[in-house]
Design a protein around this ligand. Structure first.
Ligand SMILES: C[S@@+](CC[C@H](N)C(=O)[O-])C[C@H]1O[C@@H](n2cnc3c(N)ncnc32)[C@H](O)[C@@H]1O
Length: 382
């Protein structure tokens, strides 16, 4: 006669995930998943309950989890799956209220921090993971499989989160506030919320700004359905409207059109935002205004080359300005070129150490070649 709470308690030291499904009574959560997570460097457990198309989260110490499970889960779910680092065990509920083990198999231990040559292994988000927002957004099917036509999008947001994870893995703060400039359909915005609020159990507030009222409305509805209380969307023109003036920890942009990226970077630098993750999109401004003016004229002779040079010049300025303002900046290949040609990411973290001269050099080039560049203009008085 197995008590499932005891089985769970034994599995906790190596637990990957526990899933309780098929509730015995109406009114119970349809499913409960339990995962380990690190809070301020301490191992904790998060229970995620799915009820009425919403997800609710609660974090526990080991002791409190076992007490909670005894009261809320024992005998109340017909099927239980326990996944540990080495095993997958299934149980069903018997008539007498005990659980019978019906299946078990060895699982391949996950490499911890290993960099396999197959990048899939390093993904933070996995196909099959219960992320209701991705179902609503059409990236996952109802069984949490990737929709074929959304594969590139899935890869993109996964990579974005992976890069965020690399930078913030050791961050000890319990809360995080993020602004997403030009969030659009908000695949990234939802996933960042999931990563910080659900996976890491942080108090998370994110605002996604976009020009389009209909997408803002739709994203707000999805956030409400998922129970993502800290996630909201606002109709705003980020180049004109007044934006949040509370303390913000991170600014993100993913393919925000043209100069929207410059406004995001200017906001971050002017408000002392600690982290910036920005994948620029089209960079028309410099291309439309640059004139011949010196040693680089050869690069401006042909339209396609001029366009590419202008885009690289724009992104170089976007890296130089935060460096000059005390950020450590990496320019990294965000995703393989085959998945998106817009594949550079500027990843910046405020350190207070200024790498000066970048901005002055950019301004000198602007003088020489007569181009317009919004970021340089926006920070003129800084
Ligand atoms: C190419 S989409 C990218 C959407 C999303 N970040 C993603 O990667 O899926 C660019 C979005 O930026 C929004 N946008 C462009 N200019 C904007 C502005 N000035 N203020 C707010 N949103 C803007 C557009 O409405 C559009 O939804």
């Amino acid at each position: 006669m197995a008590k499932i709470t005891q089985e769970l308690a034994l599995a906790l030291p190596t637990l990957g995930k526990a899933v309780f499904s098929q509730p015995t009574e109406k009114g119970q959560a349809q499913k409960v998943e339990i995962r380990p997570l690190l809070l301020k460097g301490e191992r904790r457990y998060q229970a995620e309950r799915f009820q009425d198309n919403k997800a609710f989260h609660q974090n526990f110490t080991e002791e409190l989890l076992c007490a909670w499970a005894a009261e809320n889960l024992e005998g109340r779910y017909r099927q239980v799956l326990l996944l540990t680092d080495t095993e997958s065990r299934q149980y069903i509920l018997k008539r007498d209220g005990s659980y019978k083990k019906t299946g078990g198999a060895a699982t391949v231990p996950r490499p911890v921090g290993a960099q396999g040559h197959n990048r899939e292994k390093d993904y933070i988000l996995r196909e099959g993971e219960n992320i209701p927002a991705l179902v609503d957004l059409g990236v996952f099917t109802k069984d949490f499989q990737i929709v074929r036509s959304k594969y590139d999008k899935f890869k993109q947001i996964n990579r974005f989160v992976e890069l965020v994870d690399q930078s913030l893995r050791d961050e000890r703060a319990e809360t995080i506030r993020i602004l997403d400039f030009g969030c659009g359909k908000s695949y990234l915005t939802f996933i960042l919320y999931y990563y910080f609020a659900v996976r890491r159990g942080m108090k998370t507030e994110i605002i996604g700004y976009d020009l389009k009222a209909d997408v803002v409305q739709r994203c707000s509805e999805i956030a409400a359905r998922c129970g993502y209380d800290g996630l909201r969307f606002e109709v705003a023109d980020v180049t004109r409207d007044r934006l949040a003036d509370t303390k913000i920890d991170m600014v993100v942009t993913l393919h925000a059109c043209d100069t929207a990226t410059d406004y995001a970077l200017a906001y971050a630098v002017q408000h002392g935002v600690k982290y910036i993750f920005s994948v620029p999109c089209c960079q028309h401004e410099v291309n439309l205004s640059i004139r011949q003016g010196g040693e680089l004229d050869l690069l401006l002779e042909h339209g396609i080359i001029k366009e590419r040079v202008s885009a690289l010049l724009t992104d170089s300025i976007r890296a130089a300005v935060p460096e000059d303002a005390g950020y450590a900046v990496d320019v990294i290949e965000f995703i393989d070129f085959e998945h998106s040609p817009k594949n550079l990411m500027l990843r910046a973290r405020y350190t207070g150490r200024r790498k000066s001269a970048g901005r002055a050099r950019a301004e000198a080039l602007r003088e020489q070649y007569g181009f317009q560049q919004s970021l340089l203009k926006l920070i003129e008085n800084m």
